[in-house]
Design a protein around this ligand. Structure first.
Ligand SMILES: [Mn+2]
Length: 299
């Protein structure tokens, strides 16, 4: 059977931009990654692996794809300077949000997230941010560059959006001081298992409309070894889903990006994990009424 290049390999004719509730926007942008390379190959690998994701979500008892999922061609800016790129991308996403759509942006490096976040903030003035990451990304500049991926969160928080940062296990003193001054909630990787301990505070800080920015280096390095800046330790698959479930059940997730995946030749498992993460994220966001509560288990 011929499979399309669309997310999930679903047919183009039934998933036109007009008919679809979800738009997947691949942004294979890579410029400032400090250690590894290859996040520019992330969107392609995620789309390819997504063809093998089961369309029926057994947890939600739902074929999430029936809402219509349109995949746009990969987007790259004419100018690669981060600020120009972010601005152009914000324009692209803003246009998409003129209709009631859920936009899922696939990176590329984390610096791009500021574009879709600006667009969502304009569309949803009460927006807050749920940020999955190994790194604080709160530096004001990194190696003289204010638009480095290491400053991603600092840039997208510049408009004063409330935010919660989860899975953090690499952060500088400067960033910790900044987080304290701004009153940000940083949930270290060590606190992830005790979700009942920190989730109430996280839910209290997030507003009704939440944007999820997901750097896949949140995950344990054995699950997703190819990321721009790998970091030992990290969250599990179930922890990531449990955080998303709890937030989706209480809030409305209005948009998301999944960034920093750098596929490794010969190891397809991380591509599949990230593809399935994207589909679970869409499922929880679009069918919040079907998300099982913490006590009912997810089985
Ligand atoms: Mn990171």
């Amino acid at each position: 059977m011929f499979l399309s290049n669309n997310f999930l390999g679903i047919p183009e004719a039934e998933n036109t931009l007009e008919k679809s509730r979800v738009v997947v926007l691949p942004v294979p942008y890579e410029r400032t990654v400090s250690y590894g390379v290859g996040t520019r190959n992330g969107p392609g690998a995620i789309l390819e692996a997504s063809r093998y994701v089961e369309l029926y979500d057994d947890e939600l008892d739902e074929e999430v794809s029936r809402v219509g999922i349109h995949t746009l061609p990969p987007w790259l800016p004419d100018r690669m300077e981060p600020e120009a790129c972010v601005e152009a991308l914000a324009g692209v996403v803003s246009e998409l949000l003129a209709k009631p759509r859920f936009v899922l942006t696939l990176g590329g490096e984390h610096a791009i997230a500021t574009g879709p976040i600006r667009a969502h903030h304009a569309r949803y003035p009460g927006l807050s941010i749920l940020h999955f990451d190994a790194h604080g990304d709160l530096r004001d500049e990194y190696e003289g560059d204010r638009h480095s991926h290491a400053c991603a969160a600092r840039r997208f928080l510049e408009t004063g959006l409330p935010s919660v940062h989860v899975g953090i296990r690499s952060i500088s003193r400067e960033e910790v001081d900044f987080a304290k001054r701004q009153g940000l909630l940083i949930v270290s990787n060590r606190r992830l298992p005790n979700m009942d301990g920190w989730m109430p505070e996280a839910l209290a800080r997030l507003t009704d409309e939440v944007y999820v920015t997901f750097d896949v280096d949140f995950f344990d390095g054995s699950l997703v070894p190819g990321t721009g800046t790998p970091e030992p330790g990290g969250g599990t698959w179930e922890q990531a889903l449990e955080i998303l479930r709890r937030v989706a059940a209480e809030k409305t997730i209005v948009g998301a990006d999944v960034v920093e995946h750098a596929p490794l030749p010969g190891n397809r498992a991380p591509d599949f994990l990230v593809a399935k993460l994207c589909y679970k994220l869409l499922g929880y966001s679009l069918f919040p009424g079907k998300v099982p509560g913490p006590d009912s288990g997810s089985g």
